[in-house]
Structure formats: structure tokens, C-alpha cells
Design a protein. Structure first.
Length: 315
């Protein structure tokens, strides 16, 4: 699908009362809603292992996930690895029961694959028991979520949680933060700091690249960096297409400004974008950034809270 056509569809749907329903039907029609748990679980497992190297175990934790999406893959994966409770918050109630049931069935049928993936993270007999329970309740996803300690809070605002200070061990998201406007993102990160226990962690996977390039091979993953703020707002300033275009260095700085200490970051640079950069019409707003920063297509941030309260930046 060509990206301009998709952007036009998103803008049109965002302007209609029934837009979310129509857009979801279009996503189904074009195969963009995928119940395959293994599109996410290997990356999730890698993040859990990285947390382990930092001295943090997910066994017995209380976790706040930001951005449930259509299928709650990460919350169920946290249960498989021993999390006591996962509160999964989303601004919009978009969980789809049929896709969630199919995801759960696929998980339950993938015992051998998961035993390999989770080796050293959870005992094999415990994993088998948890998968068996998932298989039994796959057709009743909300009952399963209740039973395994996953609480779906949608609509909800992760920047304004009702929970007391220091009530979560982990704050987590996968490819969500890039969709949040900068001022709101700072508020969310400041709330993250408030909610974390003193030994807690924030672990976030961010995709700072142009998401339209996922379905349109004719454009580079830096394509959206050719536009001014006003032009980009006109193209993708809606709930379906918005990306904040923050570069990796800016995202990491926002963590620090919100009172979080970045213990580790992992950046993956998109080499085709880097090769295209010499002839790319980069907008002046982005001239200040180094090539590797411009072309970072994946960022993992692992941060803990620091002792003092942050002061809001001049966003």
C-alpha cells in the first residue's frame, strides 16, 4: 500500500464519528491486525533478559504496561515469566476478543518453541502449567486475563494513574512512545517516575522511524524527516497515523528530564536509510542531528528512578 493513500485513509477516518470502526475494518481487510504472538514475544523475551543482566527479575512483579493495542501479547508473556500482576493501560478500548483468543490458542500450541525461547527464565514445568491454563481459557480471554492477574484499563491515561507512589516494579511499552506528543510524553515519563518503586525499572522499545515505510517499500524509513512540523501535522496529525518524530537522543533526554536515570540504551541504525541520507532532502529542523541519530530505527531504553523530583521542561 502506498503511504500517501494510507495517510489519506487515516485522516478521513479520524474525521468521522464511526472512523475507528471503519479503520479497524480496513486493517482487517488488508491483514494489518495480526494475532501471531511471535511477532512480539521474541523481542519481549530479549528485553526481559536485558533487564536480568541489569539485576532485575520479572518474577513476582507488578507491571504497568503502556498501550495494550488490539492483542495483549506482552501482558500474557509477563504472566508466563512469573509476573504477579500486569495493569495494561490504553487511551482507547481496542482489544479484540477474537484476535486475542486466536493469539492465546497459538501460544498454548507453541510449547516447544516457548521452552527454547524462555530457557533459563522460567522452569519448564511451570511454563507448561501456565500454557495449559491459557489453552483451557483461550476462548474466554477476559476470564483468562482476570485469572492470571492482567487488568485491562481502557480507556485510561498512563500519565494520570490512580495508584499511589512507588506502586509498580516495572513500567513497560513496545512501540508506543513514538505515538505520543512530546508534552504528553514528558508527563507520562514523570508519572512513570512517581509510580516506580525505588528499585524499579522503566523498559521501553521505541521505533523512531517512519511507520508508513512498513507497508510502502518505495520510501526510506527516514522519509518523514523531509517535512516541517506543519506539513507533518497535515499529513499524519491524527490518532491513527501520528508519530512524534523525536530522534533517539531526544527520547533519552526526555527520560532524564523526567527524573529517570538511563542505565542502558540500545540503538539499531537502519543502514539503507543511512546510505540514502547523502541525497535525502532533510528538513532544516533535523540538520542538528548526527546521521546515526537520524537513522535509528529501533531504540531500547532501560531506566530507573532518581531521588529528586523533576522540573517540567519548556516543551
Amino acid at each position: 500500500m502506498r503511504w500517501r493513500f494510507k495517510a489519506t485513509l487515516q485522516q478521513a477516518c479520524s474525521s468521522m464519528p464511526a472512523g475507528p470502526t471503519i479503520y479497524r475494518q480496513l486493517q482487517r481487510r488488508f491483514g494489518l491486525l495480526n494475532p501471531d504472538p511471535f511477532r512480539t514475544i521474541p523481542q519481549h523475551a530479549a528485553m526481559v533478559r536485558r533487564l536480568g543482566k541489569l539485576g532485575f527479575s520479572v518474577d513476582g512483579i507488578r507491571c504497568l504496561e503502556i498501550g495494550t493495542g488490539h492483542v495483549p501479547i506482552a501482558p500474557v508473556a509477563f504472566h508466563l515469566l512469573g509476573a504477579r500482576e500486569v495493569v495494561s493501560v490504553d487511551l482507547h478500548r481496542r482489544l479484540l476478543t477474537d484476535l486475542t483468543s486466536e493469539m492465546l490458542r497459538r501460544l498454548a500450541a507453541a510449547e516447544h518453541r516457548l521452552l527454547d525461547l524462555y530457557e533459563g527464565l522460567v522452569p519448564a514445568d511451570v511454563l507448561r502449567d501456565r500454557l495449559a491454563r491459557i489453552g483451557r481459557l483461550a476462548s474466554r480471554p477476559y476470564d483468562l486475563l482476570d485469572e492470571i492477574g492482567v487488568h485491562y484499563a481502557a480507556p485510561g491515561d498512563a500519565a494520570r494513574m490512580p495508584d499511589p507512589d512507588g506502586s509498580f516494579d516495572l513500567n513497560f511499552s513496545m512501540t508506543v512512545l513514538e505515538h505520543i506528543r512530546p508534552a504528553a510524553l514528558w508527563e507520562l515519563l514523570a508519572e512513570t517516575r512517581r509510580l516506580l518503586r525505588t528499585d524499579g525499572y522503566a523498559a521501553h522499545l521505541v521505533d523512531p522511524s517512519d511507520h508508513f515505510a512498513r507497508q510502502d517499500p518505495t520510501i526510506a524509513r527516514i522519509n518523514f524527516l523531509r517535512y516541517s512540523v506543519r506539513e507533518w501535522e497535515r499529513i499524519a496529525g491524527n490518532e491513527f497515523g501520528y508519530c512524534n518524530r523525536l530522534r533517539a537522543s531526544q527520547v533519552e533526554r526526555m527520560f532524564t528530564e523526567a527524573g529517570l536515570v538511563v542505565e542502558e540504551h540500545v540503538r539499531t541504525v537502519d543502514e539503507p536509510s543511512r546510505s540514502a541520507l547523502d541525497s535525502f532532502p532533510l528538513h532544516p529542523d533535523f540538520w542538528q542531528f548526527a546521521p546515526a541519530d537520524l537513522c535509528t530505527a529501533e531504540l531500547e531504553v532501560y531506566a530507573r528512578r532518581e531521588g529528586t523530583d523533576p522540573a517540567a521542561p519548556g516543551v
